[in-house]
Design a protein around this ligand. Structure first.
Ligand SMILES: Nc1nc2c(ncn2[C@@H]2O[C@H](COP(=O)(O)OP(=O)(O)OP(=O)(O)O)[C@@H](O)[C@H]2O)c(=O)[nH]1
Ligand SMILES: [Mg+2]
Length: 322
């Protein structure tokens, strides 16, 4: 390992909010100093309970997170929050809205709230979000909550990120509730019907209960039975029960070894993704210099060889040096 620790990393590890915020910005911007700091932070990660909150637009996720933060604070825990703004047509003022909704915690030193854009990446939750989670983890927050909107594949991304995934539903979705993707049903650890003060909450609860009965085992073979909770986030009703359920799930994961494994598998995927990107970049840089490649490109263009065969020919020749 190389010498001294990146100064900002040291400050972040000591819990300095300004340092953490700056690091997250570097990571978001792809500033190389961010990566250097992450190297120092990484050994300090792995302690926080990572909680993903996902659900359809307007389900009350931010309101729920705000209430959750209040309850966790009451229990003496420090909380980091990342609200992912999917930069979609749904969320005109999402960032401002999240800030406003969680504003009461702004002056609390035990709470860190940050909104992040997902950079228009299809499939949503950006690498920078995972990096930010690592920063908050290393800063010593006991809970790190990530709010994402359940559109497209976003919600499945959060599943790989969090220890505990909370799926937020609301009454009155009617048949649309059937549209909840099977994958989400399998992947949720805790199911919430928010806005339980609204008409139709009982019906939605019954529908979800039925779906949970039909649910097959978690892909990992985990035998956790996901609880289903009715919540009124605006009034804080059901929030203590939700925190109890989250704590229960965390101890379940600790007992089964899943706590380590979930973060580990996320890091594994991150590593493979970086390897794929880096390897492709390096190969392409080298390839552009080679006359043989230029000849193949020409052969493809003039239809003497099809693009699949041309690529296969070259890929078959790639070897890692021992
Ligand atoms: N009646 C009722 N309204 C609620 C409840 N929770 C949230 N709301 C309202 O629902 C609206 C949307 O709340 P948000 O917390 O912004 O929802 P969100 O899911 O974060 O929205 P996006 O991030 O834009 O997808 C707000 O007007 C909230 O006041 C609840 O329990 N009951
Ligand atoms: Mg929100």
């Amino acid at each position: 390992m190389s010498g001294a620790m990146q100064p900002l990393a040291a400050e972040a590890i000591a819990g300095k909010v300004a340092a953490g915020a700056r690091l997250i910005r570097w990571l978001e911007d792809g500033d190389p100093r961010g990566r250097a700091a992450l190297r120092d932070l990484y050994p300090h990660t792995g302690r926080a309970h990572l909680i993903g909150i996902t659900g359809p637009p307007g389900a009350g996720k931010s309101t729920l997170v705000d209430a959750l933060v209040a309850e966790e604070r009451q229990r003496g825990r420090r909380v980091g929050v990342i609200a992912v703004d999917p930069s979609s047509p749904f969320s005109g003022g999402a960032i401002l809205g999240d800030r406003l909704r969680m504003q009461r915690h702004a002056a609390d030193e035990g709470v860190f709230i940050r909104s992040m854009g997902s950079r228009g990446q299809l499939g949503g939750l950006s690498r920078a979000t995972f990096d930010a989670v690592l920063v908050l983890d290393a800063m010593g927050y006991d809970r790190v909550i990530v709010e994402t909107m359940g559109v497209g594949q976003d919600e499945l991304d959060i599943v790989g990120l969090a220890h505990s995934t909370v799926i937020v539903n609301v009454p009155g979705l009617g048949d649309e509730i059937q549209a909840i993707k099977a994958g989400l049903m399998e992947a949720g650890d805790i199911f919430v019907v928010n806005k339980a003060d609204r008409d139709g909450a009982d019906q939605t609860l019954r529908q979800l209960e039925l779906m949970l009965h039909l649910r097959t085992r978690h892909p990992s073979g985990d035998d956790w039975q996901p609880p289903l909770l009715a919540v009124v986030s605006t009034r804080g009703e059901g929030i203590a029960a939700l925190v109890d359920a989250l704590d229960h799930h965390a101890s379940h994961l600790h007992d089964s070894g899943g706590f380590e494994a979930r973060l580990g598998s996320r890091s594994h995927h991150l590593f493979l993704g970086l390897l794929r990107d880096g390897a492709a970049r390096r190969l392409m840089e080298q390839a552009l210099d080679q006359p043989e490649i230029a000849a193949l490109v020409e052969a493809v263009r003039s239809r003497r060889i099809d693009p699949y065969s041309a690529a296969d020919t070259l890929v078959a020749r790639i070897h890692l040096q021992p």
